[in-house]
Design a protein around this ligand. Sequence first.
Ligand SMILES: C=CC1=C(C)c2cc3[nH]c(cc4nc(cc5[nH]c(cc1n2)c(C)c5CCC(=O)O)C(CCC(=O)O)=C4C)c(C)c3C=C
Ligand SMILES: [Fe+2]
Length: 530
Amino acid sequence: MLHVRLAPGPAPRNLSRRWDSSAYLHSWCSVPCPSRLSLSRTYSIKSSSIGSATGLCLGQCCRIKPLSCKCKLGRSSQPPPDSRQHFSASSSASEAVLTAQSDIRKLFVANEKIGVLLLNLGGPETLDDVQPFLFNLFADPDIIRLPRVFRFLQKPLAQFISVARAPKSKEGYASIGGGSPLRQITDAQGEALMEALCGKDIPAKVYVGMRYWHPFTEEAIEQIKKDGITKLVVLPLYPQFSISTSGSSLRLLESIFSCNVREDEYLVNMQHTVIPSWYQREGYIKAMTTLIEKELLKFPKPQKVMIFFSAHGVPLAYVEEAGDPYKAEMEECVDLIMEELEKRGMANPCTLAYQSRVGPVEWLKPYTDETIIALGQRGVKSLLAVPISFVSEHIETLEEIDVEYKELALQSGIKHWGRVPALGCEPTFISDLADAVIESLPYVGAMAVSNLEARQSLVPLGSVEELLAVYDSKRDMLPPPVIVWEWGWTKSAETWNGRAAMLAVLALLVLEVTTGQGLLHQWGVLPPLP
Ligand SMILES: C=CC1=C(C)c2cc3[nH]c(cc4nc(cc5[nH]c(cc1n2)c(C)c5CCC(=O)O)C(CCC(=O)O)=C4C)c(C)c3C=C
Ligand SMILES: [Fe+2]
């Protein structure tokens, strides 16, 4: 097992706004929200008992280039101090921790090679990439959660759904220039983060590891090993934690770590820590608020504008059955931004809704499209859309919000429409990410002394395994993540199962196409027979 340490986060907050998924608008209340586990800590990945994954081609597919930093820092011959003593028991937390951190960070980085691994979703770079990208996405058991007994269906189902969905997705990607801008933007964020770290006297290399497209997380890890990184901070680029995003990426990482234990000891010995979510960080909240403020001022009557937060949805069962903290974190995030806006003298009304649902199951509500229509009917005339679950422009901002929802809003009687840009490389935001990395450094590789310390400390201890278990009660029932889809005649039994299942799915498809009856017709993927 690898080192386990959680870094401190702000104390849990009592928020004054109550969100109700059946209502479109927030209401004010004096009842504090139920407390929940604060995720503003860092965790580390342990080589767990997750089964080995198949078909990984780390060496060959490694095309990743680390973003490089030109800054130089004097090397100290002193050994790094024991960060635990400086950071474990203080109760007024953040400020004291920060001061101590700036005192020791130069010593701490001495003789270390620090790496930051940015985790992100990835997106197809060309239209030809769309179907295989979708395959990787739907083959992820954190995206389509089949019970373990049906695990053999995961890949055939992914193949089937990706082929069925590809034409619609391709249209979307074609309309935003023929591919996703995600890789470019994430690389730029990595560069900016590295410069910001440099400016704060932390020379570090930043790596990008995508979940479903290049550069894959496996490639990033290969490069990290080649570069001999000794301390790694893992930073998912999703402000709020969801099983389906950060959770999935961390689960994959965990399986890479456990998979590689047998081959080399590098990953076992590499000290690391994970920042699972960071939506409540001051810099992020302030950067978002500033962007909103700027856009509000473009409206003829800024004070009359409804601020419309639109988050990517997740299936309702993730939150209600598995325990995904996504919704709670999203609501808290919106509350924090609204509080900051109020501090700046703006008292606009706001709404939170969820977009981009896929498939036949119920997703988090209210849905963005229905909410826009309802707001129009209620006489709202000015709407400012704020994409809240992601920090880069992507297909769902550039196409879904800017085109589809804008059109819907105008049709629904909204007269003035605006959209807040994604954060991208906004300097306050990047600087805050750099601070998050720096604040987590003392916890890289720090070990728990005892369970008692874990329970009493403001810096509780845990592992990604525990984190995922806390937020995902169904996790044990899921198969390990699919790393790479292998076509062809391999010897593994899984492939045989897959082939058999694929034949079955194919037979179902033929039946469905010929009879006009079945799930795909119900879901609207196939049109009804004439
Ligand atoms: C916080 C962000 C995201 C969550 C939560 C999320 C969950 C989720 N997504 C799908 C299905 C699809 N997502 C797709 C694209 C996509 N998703 C996110 C972010 C979250 N997804 C981003 C940033 C992107 C875009 C990447 C890009 O190329 O620009 C797609 C592909 C696009 C399409 O065909 O619509 C699918 C499909 C599910 C099922 C899910 C939760 C279970
Ligand atoms: Fe998505």
